[in-house]
Structure formats: structure tokens, C-alpha cells
Design a protein around this ligand. Structure first.
Ligand SMILES: Nc1ncnc2c1ncn2[C@@H]1O[C@H](COP(=O)(O)OP(=O)(O)OP(=O)(O)O)[C@@H](O)[C@H]1O
Ligand SMILES: [Mg+2]
Length: 485
């Protein structure tokens, strides 16, 4: 869970901010002055900070500067009222990540926070390469296959240069992880960093996000906006999913690569910038060029240094170490400890095509640990974890414990002369039981229960209401598993 530090002297605002963001599964720590905020950074090590511009004592900008000296990689978002946008623009030039205008629009605010946290993760979460699974303590690129060794070599060779790097590979193959390694091992690791996901941002906003605009450039351009490229000056920008970038922006990126200059929308004055570009895509760029959706000149500019990530099905020899790695990562957060994994289970994992690559693999391992009841992870655990998901299902899944438990129940409901909405009745019974057990385990504490179930509090409240789960039914819970209970 990400921690956000909020610095604002308005008690009411701190309260509502905390309420809204806690529902989004963020942890909020707050302070009413810059001085207090700085103290909190040392204790709470937040992932980002939101700072009001107007503060008693140290003002917002001074607070930002102090935070920046303490931890240059902590993104700071400034809150400011309409009249003070000029100050906000200057703050961006000083290195403030972005600003939110007060009174704020909640979706906009969440959007800015999401982006700041994404950037924080990229900059702050260190990535190691090429070390054995036993040594791992932080995020690591795992794999000893020839293809991965080539990847490490290229990262080592190009990281400290200013060369543009193009990272290619199917979805979930680790492109972002590699981009982070390139950035972190580069000479620009302490310089500004920006990440732009070209598919996550609607086309019409992408241009202003990248290049900024002048006041009055178009209807609604009420103030000057500094683009991310300019914000990354002297540092690095990561253009994720560049294969999905619209053609007119491809032309602008090409110009940036050639001339090292950008123009804000609504201005013809070129601004010199020095940015290193790291780009990634899962697109078939050659096919995209053939159908004129990707510019050939940009392609040649980008591909000088290409890092190609193999799909998981082409590096099956890495499966055992990937399994060890993810088991230790996920088991770390469990009371049961690291159970290890059986050879049969590894065999089963190696037989799958893994269309979602390492991301899918990691998800399966995580689920497998939920089903595991002690002892090394067995083939059965994997079958259970993948049951609802894909084709690994094997004949022996019929023997698994959970299926054995649920099957007679399912039969009973199907064969009963019960209600016509049998499907909903069955699913609701299971859902009710599940929520009830979670409530019982936490002694009825709703925040803990919501966390345990992986749902928001409002969703939990709705379920409690729907299933009429009052605290006494929970605490005096009979475990009869009664279908209509
Ligand atoms: N070789 C690896 N070692 C350890 N973890 C890996 C490796 N490759 C991928 N992962 C993990 O798999 C997940 C997906 O990786 P990542 O986000 O880098 O993929 P991607 O190629 O950017 O995918 P997409 O195209 O969907 O954006 C992440 O959690 C990442 O840490
Ligand atoms: Mg990615």
C-alpha cells in the first residue's frame, strides 16, 4: 500500500482528503505545517507528498525545497488556488511533480496522485540484475537463460550512455522492469525522471501532457502548462507503449530526438531540452510501419539500441528460479513462511504457454500460495490456482479439497425444487459465508475485513447490508455452511 504525506493547515481539508484517499487504499499521514511534514518524512517514509502552497511558517515552495533536499526522488504535488497558477508554474520548473487546483475535482486529483506514485515507484524501487534467487531482497530481474544474459549485457553497456533505448517484448515480459534498470544504472539516475504511458492517456491530452501549452493556446488553456518533456530536462523520460502513439506526436518525438528542442502548444518558440529517451512497446512495429501507423524515420532513430525481451515460453529454463523468486516474494507477507515447490509443480508450470508471460506467472504463484496448506507447493495447488483461469486444469483437479467440499453443495442446490434463481442463491451463499468468516476472523473490524477480502470499505458495507450480517451473527457464527442461512 502506498503512503501519501499530506501537508495542509486546514483541518477540514485534511479530514476529507484522508477519508477520500483511505477509501482508495492509500495510507495517509498528515501534517499541518511544513516543519511538521519534514519530521514525518523521516518516520513514515511516504511514497509521495501533497503540499498546500499556502502554509503558515515555511510556505509550500520552501517546504518542497526542503523535502527535495532530503529525498530528491520523492514526488511532491502542490495544491494551489486559482489565482496563484503562476507560482505553481514556477514550482514545476523547480522540480515539483504537478499541481492540483483548489477546490479540487476528485477524479483529477486521484489521477495526479496515481501518476506521481507511478513515477515514484519507477524511481525509488531499486532493480537488481542477474543475481541468484537466494540473495534477493529487493526487486530483481530474474533469469539465467541466454536471452536474459544478453539483456543484462545490453543494459550494462548502454545504461551510462545517453543513447535512446527501445525495449521490445510481449505483454508481461518485464519491459518496465528493464526500463527502470536502464534508468537506475544511468548517469542520470539522480536527475529528473518522467514516465508517460501513451495508451493510458487519451490522444487529445497526450500532446499537452508531453509538450505543454501556453495560456490561451486553445479554449480552456487558462494558464501555461509545462510539458513532461520539459520537466525531464537534464534527465530521462520513459515513453511506455510508444507503438500506440498517434502519428502527429511521433513526428514531434522525432523532432525532439533530432533537434533536442520542444515547442509548447500555442508557441513557435523552441525550447532546448536535454532528455534521454527510453521507449517500450509490445507492438509489431514492422507491421505498424507497413500499414503506415508508425513512422519509419522514428523507428530507425529508436531502434539503434534495442533490448528484446523473450516471451516466457521461450525461456522455460528460467521457470524454477522465477518460481523461487516469486514464492519468496509473496510468502514473505504470509505467516506460513516459504514452503518451496515440488518438481512436479515445476513440471506443470513448464507445460503452460503463458500468454501473459511473467506477469501471469507471478499471479499464479501468488494464488497458489493461498491454496497451499503447508508443505512444498504441489501440482494440485497450481491446478487450484489456475482452475478458474485457464487451460492448465488437469483431470486430477476433481480431487482437490475445495472442489470436494463445494461439489455436494452445488449438487444439492441444483437438484432442489428451490428458487429459479439457483445460480444467484448458490453464489450468494458462498459469498455470504466468505464475508462472514472474514468478519469473524477480524472480530468484526470492518477496515481489517475489507483489507482481508481485498475490497473497499463501501463495497464491504454493501455486502454486509446485502447479506444482513450483523456483528452478533458473525461472532456467534455457526459454521454449518447452511445454504439458505
Ligand atoms: N525477469 C523477471 N524477473 C522478475 N520479475 C519479472 C521479470 N519479468 C517480469 N517480471 C515481473 O512481471 C511483471 C510484469 O512485468 P512488466 O510490467 O515489466 O512487463 P511489461 O513488459 O512492461 O508488460 P506490459 O507490456 O503489459 O506493460 C512485473 O511484476 C515484473 O516485476
Ligand atoms: Mg509495461
Amino acid at each position: 500500500m502506498s503512503t501519501i504525506l499530506l501537508i495542509d493547515d486546514d483541518d477540514q481539508l485534511r479530514k476529507s482528503f484522508t477519508r477520500i484517499l483511505s477509501q482508495e487504499k492509500y495510507r495517509i499521514v498528515s501534517a499541518s505545517s511544513g516543519e511538521e511534514g519534514i519530521e514525518i518524512i523521516r518516520e513514515a517514509s511516504p511514497d509521495m507528498a501533497v503540499v498546500d502552497y499556502r502554509l503558515p511558517g515555511m510556505d509550500g515552495l520552501e517546504t518542497f525545497k526542503a523535502i527535495h533536499r532530503l529525498d530528491p526522488k520523492l514526488p511532491v504535488v502542490m495544491m494551489t488556488a486559482y489565482g496563484t497558477t503562476d507560482t505553481a508554474i514556477n514550482a514545476i520548473k523547480e522540480g515539483v511533480f504537478d499541481f492540483i487546483l483548489k477546490p479540487f475535482d476528485i477524479p483529477d486529483m486521484l489521477n495526479v496522485i496515481e501518476k506521481a506514485l507511478e513515477t515514484a515507484r519507477f524511481m525509488r524501487m531499486p532493480v537488481d540484475m542477474n543475481i541468484s534467487a537466494e540473495q534477493v531482497s529487493r526487486e530483481t530481474i530474474i533469469g539465467q537463460s541466454q536471452a536474459m544474459q544478453d539483456v543484462y549485457k545490453t543494459i550494462g553497456r548502454v545504461a551510462s550512455t545517453d543513447a535512446t533505448v527501445l525495449i521490445r517484448g510481449e505483454s508481461g515480459t518485464g519491459k518496465e522492469l528493464v526500463a527502470r534498470a536502464v534508468y537506475q544504472y544511468s548517469d542520470r539516475a539522480d536527475r529528473p525522471f518522467q514516465v508517460i504511458n501513451c495508451v493510458a492517456i487519451p490522444d487529445h491530452l497526450l500532446e499537452s501532457e508531453l509538450f505543454g501549452y501556453e495560456k490561451g493556446a486553445f479554449t480552456g488553456a487558462a494558464y501555461r502548462k509545462i510539458g513532461k518533456v520539459e520537466q525531464a530536462d537534464s534527465g530521462t523520460i520513459f515513453l511506455d507503449e510508444i507503438g500506440d502513439m498517434p502519428l502527429n506526436l511521433q513526428a514531434k518525438i522525432l523532432r525532439l530526438l533530432q533537434d533536442k528542442r520542444v515547442e509548447r502548444l500555442g508557441s513557435t518558440k523552441p525550447i532546448p531540452v536535454d532528455v534521454r529517451i527510453i521507449a517500450a512497446t509490445n507492438r509489431d512495429l514492422e507491421a505498424a510501419m507497413a500499414d503506415d501507423s508508425f513512422r519509419e524515420d522514428l523507428y530507425y532513430r529508436l531502434k539503434v539500441v534495442t533490448i528484446k525481451l523473450p516471451p516466457l515460453r521461450e525461456k522455460l529454463e528460467d521457470i524454477p528460479s522465477l518460481a523461487d523468486y516469486f514464492i519468496s516474494q509473496y510468502a514473505g507477507s504470509q505467516a506460513k513462511g516459504n514452503p518451496g515447490i515440488s518438481d512436479k509443480a515445476i513440471q506443470l508450470l513448464s507445460n503452460h504457454a503463458w500468454p501473459g508471460n511473467v506477469r501471469e506467472f507471478a499471479n499464479i504463484i501468488q494464488k497458489t500460495l493461498i491454496f497451499n496448506r503447508g508443505g512444498p507447493i504441489a501440482a494440485d495447488d497450481i491446478v487450484l490456482a489456475t482452475d478458474s483461469q485457464n487451460e492448465i486444469i488437469q483431470a486430477n483437479s476433481e480431487n482437490s479439497e475445495i472442489i470436494q467440499l463445494l461439489q455436494p453443495m452445488a449438487r444439492r442446490v441444483l437438484e432442489s425444487n428451490g428458487p429459479p434463481d439457483r445460480f444467484d442463491v448458490f453464489m450468494d451463499s458462498v459469498a455470504r459465508l466468505f464475508v462472514r468468516e472474514a468478519l469473524a476472523m477480524t472480530g468484526g473490524n470492518r477496515s481489517k475485513t475489507a483489507k482481508l477480502l481485498g475490497m473497499s470499505r463501501p463495497t464491504l458495507n454493501a455486502k454486509i447490508e446485502k447479506y444482513r450480517l450483523s456483528l452478533d451473527t458473525v461472532v456467534n457464527s455457526d459454521s454449518s455452511g447452511n445454504i439458505h442461512g
